[in-house]
Design a protein around this ligand. Structure first.
Ligand code: TYM
Length: 334
C-alpha cells in the first residue's frame, strides 16, 4: 500500500488500568519500530464492549489511552493514531470475515475460554468473534508486522489463516501479517503470582504495576514481589519470580539476562527488587508527566483524533472496496 515502507498495525483495549505488561510487551516496542514502518496505532474501543463497560468511563479511558500513545513518544504526524469506532471499515470487514471463519477455529481460542469463564453471565457473540474483528483491524491496512505480547500470538495465527483462506478463494487480496514479539518483556508475569500473566483484571492490585502508579507505589510493589527461598539471582524457569523481575529489568534497561545475573552476582533479592523498582519508575515517570501535559491540550488531541481518523479511513476503505468487489457486492454508482 505504501511505496517504500512496510506497514505496522497494533492496538490496545481501552479497558481497565493499563499495566507494565502492556507497556513493555507492546507500547515500548511500538515506539522502537515507529521510524522503520508506516504505522497505524489503534485504540480498539469496539473490542472493549465484549465485556460490559460504563459508557462515561469507556469514553474517558479511550481518550486517556490515545493520549498515552502520544506521550510514549509516537508522533501523530508520522503515525496514524486513532479510535477503531471512528473508522467504520473495521466493523464492515469484520462482518465479511465472519463468513470466512469457522466456529471450530474460534472455539479453540484460549482468550475466549478464559474470558467466558470469567464473565459467565455475559458470554456474548462478540466475545466469540472477537478475533475476527482483530483480523479485520490488521488486514484492512495490508499489514506486514504486528507488535504484540505473547498472549496475542494465537490471534495472529487465526488472522493469518483467515487471510490465507480468503486469498486462496479470491486471489491475492490481503498481505499475510507476521507477529513481532520483543525479546524482553513479551510476557510480564504477576508480581504476586509469577505463574500468571500480569493483567489489568487481576483482583490483587499488588500483582500488577499500573502505568499511572507513582514511584513510591512502584517500589513498594516491587519490594513485595513474590520470589523464592533459593537466594540466588539466576534467570531460570525454576525461579519464576526472580526470572520475572530480571525480565522486567531487561526490558527497562536493554540489558540481557546474563548481564543482569552478573550485575547482581552475590547480591540479595532486596537489592534486585529495589533496582527493578527504580528502573520501572524511570520509565513511567516521564510517561506520566507527558500524558498529564498533553491531556490539558484539548485542541491538539482533538485535531489528532479528527485528522488521523480520516487518514485511517482512507487506507482502510481502499482494502474494504477491493474485498467487496471480489466477493461480488454491487459496484457503487458515482
Ligand atoms: P490488550 O489490550 O489486552 O493488550 C495490549 C497489548 O499488551 C500486551 N500485553 C502484554 N505483554 C506482555 N506481558 C503482559 N503481561 C501483557 N499484557 C498485555 C498484549 O499482548 C497486547 O500486545 N486483542 C488485543 C488488542 C487488539 C489488537 C488488534 C492488537 C485488537 N486488535 C490488532 C494487535 C493488532 C488486546 O486485547 O490487547
Amino acid at each position: 500500500m505504501f511505496q517504500d515502507k512496510k506497514v505496522l498495525f497494533s492496538g490496545m483495549q481501552a479497558t481497565g488500568n493499563l499495566t507494565l505488561g502492556n507497556y513493555l510487551g507492546a507500547l515500548k516496542n511500538w515506539v522502537k519500530l515507529s521510524d522503520e514502518y508506516e504505522c497505524f496505532y489503534c485504540v480498539v474501543d469496539e473490542h472493549s464492549i465484549t465485556v460490559r463497560q460504563d459508557p462515561a468511563t469507556l469514553r474517558k479511558r479511550a481518550r486517556a489511552l490515545l493520549t498515552l500513545y502520544i506521550a510514549a513518544g509516537l508522533d501523530p504526524e508520522k503515525n496514524c493514531i486513532y479510535y477503531q469506532s471512528h473508522v467504520s471499515a473495521h466493523a464492515e470487514l469484520a462482518w465479511i470475515l465472519n463468513c470466512y471463519t469457522y466456529m471450530g477455529e474460534l472455539s479453540r481460542m484460549t482468550q475466549f475460554k478464559d474470558k467466558s469463564a470469567k464473565h459467565a453471565d455475559n458470554i456474548n457473540a462478540g466475545l466469540f468473534t472477537y478475533p475476527v474483528l482483530m483480523a479485520a483491524d490488521i488486514l484492512l491496512f495490508q499489514t506486514d508486522v504486528v507488535p504484540v505480547g505473547i498472549d496475542q500470538k494465537q490471534h495472529l495465527e487465526i488472522t493469518r489463516d483467515i487471510a490465507q483462506r480468503f486469498n486462496s478463494i479470491y486471489g491475492d487480496t490481503f498481505t499475510i501479517p507476521e507477529p513481532y514479539i520483543g525479546k524482553a518483556g513479551a510476557k510480564i508475569m504477576s508480581l504476586q503470582n509469577p505463574e500468571k500473566k500480569m493483567s489489568k483484571s487481576d483482583e490483587n492490585p499488588n500483582g500488577s504495576i499500573y502505568l499511572m502508579d507513582d514511584k513510591d507505589t512502584v517500589i513498594r510493589k516491587c519490594k513485595r514481589a513474590v520470589t523464592d527461598s533459593e537466594g540466588n539471582i539466576c534467570y531460570r524457569d525454576e525461579q519464576p519470580g526472580v526470572k520475572n523481575l530480571i525480565d522486567i529489568y531487561c526490558a527497562c534497561t536493554g540489558m540481557t539476562p546474563s548481564e543482569v545475573e552478573r550485575e547482581f552476582d552475590g547480591k540479595g533479592y532486596g537489592e534486585l527488587k529495589m533496582a527493578v523498582g527504580e528502573a520501572v519508575a524511570a520509565q513511567l515517570t516521564p510517561l506520566q508527566t507527558e500524558a498529564a501535559r498533553l491531556e490539558k491540550d484539548k485542541a491538539y488531541i482533538d485535531s489528532v483524533i479528527k485528522n488521523n481518523a480520516e487518514k485511517a479511513s482512507y487506507f482502510a476503505n481502499r482494502t474494504l472496496r477491493k474485498v467487496q468487489r471480489k466477493i461480488g457486492f454491487p459496484d457503487r454508482i458515482r
